[in-house]
Design a protein around this ligand. Structure first.
Ligand code: DSN
Length: 420
């Protein structure tokens, strides 16, 4: 085989082992129900960008100001992505280069803070994110994070406590946003608290960006100095991230993303982001996001009817967390049992957590992926019954085996969506 022929050989020919594993994983998706709140099925158009020749290109810098030649067309692509991101979210400035959510958050911290500065963020065990000051993340190591959380009774963010902590600690930045919080976030209230102590306000909307773009969750853009998001969760684009900001922070953010912490932008991902922003402007996207929320509510109601406890008693968005503090088994045990039946979830800590983070007392369910496959409330009610039955005794392997065909039957009713 000549060098040129080898370069154009298919994956199946070049590496049958990886090819077969990818195909088996595709089948796994089709035969199961994906309730991982942070996963979604991007469109064929988005995937085509990711697999395109743009993977080749180096273009360090920004459109019309690069360190490489041959960039005129990728400049157009990145500029379209920037313009669409600004239009979609009503933002003054957009940086579409962050490789993923953690580097996006790092770029904002590096742009706005000095090491050792005080920052406030939501407690990880109550729904926050590692990059919001966990001691095992750079964020908790470089900065002095003070954490706020939820009211122990309502399990909704305790805004009075946020205000009291801000007054006491005078942070330079307040970070809002979460990975496992099912209620509407009051951005205006948090921005007012930040303003009252002279802090900047950052919203990390990674989980709910799609809902916000579609107008089914309020937007923080009018209130926040900076908004970060991944593009692959509810927004349904490629793996990657986006930073939106006020114009006055544009230079500082851009400089920090490149050359501050990243090298060459991933132009295949940037093209895919542009496509995803365009898709998110379509009326169908709004209908999709409304169905995501309706499905999450139907699932929560069904689980509660089935005897399960749901954090905060329900959901306003795309996810919910079941609470297992009073059960003898952990979140990890239930998530594994559910996987046995074909219901794919992730364990989650819960407010008042008593177990280790690697075991937990909760399971998080999200509806973006199954809704992309066309699921509706009736199917969510059937899933809720199956989950409630397994939760009665997650060690009952015979029951799990009996329920698996029921899950597979629901999965077969849905669109396969993944390209072969
Ligand atoms: N790991 C993601 C999630 O599952 O929520 C957050 O980055």
């Amino acid at each position: 085989m000549s060098i040129a022929t080898r370069a154009s050989a298919s994956l199946q020919t070049t590496d049958p082992e990886i090819s077969a594993l990818i195909e088996r994983d595709r089948e796994r998706h089709i035969r199961t129900l994906n309730f991982i709140a942070s996963e979604n099925y991007a469109s064929q158009a988005v995937l085509e960008c990711l697999a395109s020749h743009l993977n080749v290109k180096y273009a360090e810098g920004y459109p019309r100001s690069r360190y490489y030649q041959g960039v005129a067309l990728v400049d157009d692509i990145e500029q379209i992505a920037i313009d669409r991101a600004k239009q979609l979210f009503g933002a003054e400035h957009a940086n579409v280069q962050p490789y993923s959510g953690s580097p996006a958050n790092m770029a904002v911290y590096f742009a706005l803070l000095q090491p050792g500065d005080t920052v406030m963020g939501m407690e990880l065990s109550q729904g926050g994110h590692l990059t919001h000051g966990s001691p095992v993340s750079f964020s908790g190591q470089f900065y002095k994070f003070v954490h706020y959380g939820v009211d122990p009774e309502s399990e909704v963010i305790d805004y009075d406590h946020v205000a009291a902590l801000a007054g006491e600690h005078r942070p330079k930045l307040i970070v809002a946003g979460a990975s496992a919080y099912s209620r509407v976030i009051d951005w205006q209230r948090l921005a007012e608290i930040a303003g009252s102590v002279g802090a900047r306000f950052m919203a990390d909307i990674a989980h709910i960006a799609g809902l916000i773009a579609a107008g089914v969750h309020p937007s923080p853009v009018p209130y926040a100095d900076v908004v970060t998001t991944t593009t692959h969760k509810s927004l349904r684009g490629p793996r990657g991230a986006l930073i939106l900001s006020k114009q006055e922070l544009a230079k500082a953010i851009d400089r920090t993303v490149f050359p501050g912490i990243q090298g060459g932008p991933h132009l295949s991902a940037i093209a895919a982001k542009a496509v995803c922003f365009r898709e998110a402007m379509e009326p169908e996207f709004r209908a999709y996001q409304q169905q995501v929320v309706d499905n999450a509510r139907a699932l929560a109601e069904g689980l509660i009817r089935g005897g399960m406890k749901v954090v905060s008693g329900g959901t306003d968005n795309h996810l919910l967390v079941v609470k297992l503090l009073d059960r003898e088994y952990s979140g990890k045990a239930l998530a594994k049992a559910l996987e046995g039946a074909g219901v794919i979830t992730s364990m989650s800590t819960v407010p008042g957590e008593t177990r280790r983070p690697a075991v937990t007392s909760g399971v998080r369910f999200g509806t973006p992926a199954v809704t992309t496959r066309g699921a509706t409330e009736a199917q969510m009610q059937r899933v809720a019954q199956i989950v409630s039955t397994i939760a009665e005794n997650p060690s009952d392997e015979a029951a799990i085996a009996r329920l698996r065909p029921e899950v597979e039957a629901i999965a077969r009713e849905l669109a396969p969506v993944l390209p072969a």
